[in-house]
Design a binder for this molecule. Sequence first.
Ligand code: IMP
Ligand code: MG
Length: 240
Amino acid sequence: MFGPRHAAMSHAARGGGVSSCFAFGMTPFAPLPAPAAASNVPDQRTMPPVATKPEPSTYPSLESVLVSEAQIKKRLKKLGAEIMALYGNEEITVVAVINGAILFTADLLRNIDNPIRLDCIRISSYRNDTKSAGKPQVLGNLSLDLANRHVLLIDDILDTGKTLSLIVSMIQKLSPASVRTCVLLDKRGRREVEFEADFVGFQIPDKFVVGYGLDFAERYRNLPCIGVLKPHLQNPPEWA
Ligand code: IMP
Ligand code: MG
């Protein structure tokens, strides 16, 4: 069974209309069972590692590396196993928030054996800046039918919570069988709306990070690790 983080339920699960699943071995297309009562005993399997000790970077643009390529690879295997355990044999309809979740989704899905349908939603919540631009905007919408499907929404990072809570409420209107959320990174201290993801890769401190899909002004997505950008590279004059 899952520990308190999962037992607390995602925003999606709390919203009603969608089921949340905390048990294994479901039959195909059956509604997922209701959550078990919260346990007081933390289950270490579900506690995401906390990236607290930055390592010096060998990448010229990075001040430090928060999560290395090897750590990502290792964690994705476990995350894939957690997701498979939760969904049993169910088909999963994955909705990836692009562009940020592209690399994470591509690698995570290779660690999941369930039947998968994949769709993407394009959202813009940050502009050429390290601060939130305010309200997230939907720039490109879904093409797959989500009615009666088990939807797993995947994003790169959970920050203020505005983006995922907006997308979850949009998806809930499409009558899915269930909605769950998975993020590679969680900056828990930055939340402005109440939101917890069902699956989290790493908890990170309140630092603006780039790499492995995460960008600053559309750059650095191709770095294989996640790190903190050198301050002088934020809004450099040559980009003006
Ligand atoms: P939220 O709506 O504030 O939770 O923001 C989520 C979105 O903001 C993510 O999908 C990212 O695109 C972006 N974001 C938040 N923090 C960072 C960061 O540290 N680096 C890069 N993008 C970030
Ligand atoms: Mg983004």
